[in-house]
Design a protein around this ligand. Sequence first.
Ligand SMILES: Cc1cc2nc3c(=O)[nH]c(=O)nc-3n(C[C@H](O)[C@H](O)[C@H](O)COP(=O)(O)OP(=O)(O)OC[C@H]3O[C@@H](n4cnc5c(N)ncnc54)[C@H](O)[C@@H]3O)c2cc1C
Length: 477
Amino acid sequence: MYDVLIIGGGINGVGIARDAVGRGLNTCLIEKGDIASQTSSWSTKLIHGGIRYLENYDFKLVRESLKERDIIKKIAPHITKPIKFVLPHVPSLRSSWMIRMGLFLYDRLGGKSSFERSKFIYLNQQFDENPLKENFKGGYMYSDLFVDDSRLALLNAEDAINRGAKIYVNTNITKVIRDNEYWSVYLENGEILKSKVIINATGPYTISVLNNIFGIKSKKKLRLVQGSHLVVKKIYDGDQAYILQLSDKRIIFMIPYKKNYTLIGTTDHEVESFENPKITDQERTYLINSVNSFIKKKINNNDIIWTYSGVRPLVEDNNQKASKISRDYTFEIDDIKGAPIITVFGGKLTTYRKLSEQVMEKLSKYLYFSSKSWTYNELLPGAHNNEIDNINISEKIIGRLVETYGNKISKLNEYYNEFETGGELIFGDFYEFEVKYLIKEEMARTSEDILFRRTKLGINFPKEAKDKLEIILKRHL
Ligand SMILES: Cc1cc2nc3c(=O)[nH]c(=O)nc-3n(C[C@H](O)[C@H](O)[C@H](O)COP(=O)(O)OP(=O)(O)OC[C@H]3O[C@@H](n4cnc5c(N)ncnc54)[C@H](O)[C@@H]3O)c2cc1C
């Protein structure tokens, strides 16, 4: 008998699982695909206060998010990186006093912070290379945190497992039966699980899961808003990112990504369905034209290396404009007709940890467990700063591995040692031992799991290398 059974292995589901098991609850999570295979791997990858939410007077969300920014930087230093954001001033869109006021709040709302405060800068003088057109003279600079979104989810899942949670991936639920005291959950593999409480953390699927699996009609509605990104050849040298104000009052980001690329996004494109989101031609053109209205060296379709899209599960607040709908989260509890089910609506990557704590508060009505928060202080796997000795992995390939896995490199080294010089070379600096490690230690099952969620090698990965990876996968599964 589980205390809690969570449905959905996106950032919110795994965050809840980690918090729950760490407080002594017997915890289980069911994910129908891979961990972070939906929205949680298709984000802009920012742990941020969300400066633009100030315009919507969403002060509570910004305050909470700014606090979380410092906490996530502390618990996941190996997969996060503070980045300076440059906001070129466009007087016709927002006045300087308004921007100054916004940044004043952004610097202070979260309380004491390790992030640098904002300041005015001259765009031509601040960096070695200024990619912006000469008519943009001045701007403001502030800092936020960049994160590997899917690895953030994976590390939460891994830590939950290390602490005793049971996580099923690639597993569908076929039916549920509700009793007064507990739920029976039937899995496609024939297992029947029992749990006192269920948590529905299925992101864009939330309402369809409630309707179709539980037969519950929600009072809330979701607005499904697709956001797309382009990954293009690096537009400029330098570590700074840009936040560009567009004439439709939206903003987009231009962020240095993985040494050779620039990440551009995002859009707000309303969709009917949350299955298989894919960038439209219109979104592609919108992103290219928007960036080109700011930069000196124009980009075009040929510069695009990769695109990705995700669907935001936003809680309908009857706002006309998709970009204005709050990114905050809320819950719905159904406990009248038997064992309880708590449903999570909305939420950002940035707020997953706080959201999980609030789920614990809701759970305390039904279960007896420690009320002490703990996730704000406990590092995620790979984050410990202990010395790494006796590594045999060659210096040529160790850089990317440390960047991706932090101090889990010691474990990777054990796999490296099983083979002669790391096993077969698949592509670039990617060898067989890493594949075996990902299968045995990080729940990878398919080439997609490896190329797009455990690593981002898939951004530019040739077909022949993929065929080779498939063969090696079969060898170790
Ligand atoms: C374009 C875009 C940019 C974004 N940028 C940012 C950003 O920069 N910073 C930020 O903080 N937030 C950002 N967000 C928001 C953030 O990505 C999401 O709020 C967050 O990932 C939602 O996580 P989730 O766990 O609720 O949902 P998901 O990640 O979608 O997870 C839900 C999971 O439930 C599973 N599931 C569904 N049905 C079932 C079922 N029947 N049985 C089992 N499992 C099931 C799915 O497979 C999925 O893995 C962005 C979102 C988008 C779309």
